[in-house]
Write a protein that binds this ligand. Structure first.
Ligand code: HEC
Length: 132
């Protein structure tokens, strides 16, 4: 009887422990995943806008602004990489590309596409080195 109780207790502790570890892991990646997911959504929306020939400043600015603001949180979100200089350069490169896009008058779809492509390249540069 005692052995059975111990066994059941062991199972219960194991189950609770596993659950706690899983929750901790989820919490740990929620911030970086959230930052990337929001930026991914903005990039997708920008791409769709360009495809539909909606290329004016008013078509694109809100998306670019959200992306730009969220990009401020890239380093804090990836705590372990916060002091990694190359990672910081890539994050800064993205912010620079977004700033440039926000500052450029969107005089045509070609201009807008070039600006958004620069932002996209800044995403890719970092992913090439840091995304598994
Ligand atoms: C400074 C580095 C860096 C920049 C810049 C960057 N990313 Fe990421 N991104 C990462 C890393 C690292 C991962 C992998 C994260 C992980 O697996 O937890 C990632 C993952 C992602 C994911 C997958 C998220 C998930 O939950 O699996 C998406 C979507 C994404 N990035 C979109 C973007 C977009 C769009 C941009 C540009 C606007 C961008 N990223 C710019 C580093 C970066």
């Amino acid at each position: 009887m005692r052995l059975l109780l111990l066994f059941l207790l062991g199972l219960a502790v194991g189950a609770v422990g596993t659950d706690m570890i899983e929750k901790a892991l989820q919490r740990k990646s929620a911030f970086p995943d959230g930052v990337m997911t929001v930026m991914g959504h903005q990039m997708k929306a920008l791409g769709e806008s360009l495809k539909q020939n909606r290329c004016t400043t008013s078509d694109l600015t809100a998306r670019l602004q959200t992306l730009r603001l969220v990009a401020n949180d890239i380093e804090p979100a990836f705590g372990g990489l916060q002091k990694d200089e190359q990672f910081g350069r890539y994050a800064g490169g993205l912010r620079g590309a977004a700033d440039l896009a926000l500052a450029s008058p969107m005089t045509s779809c070609a201009v807008a596409t070039a600006a958004v492509n620069k932002v996209d390249q800044a995403c890719d540069s970092c992913h090439r080195d840091y995304r598994n």
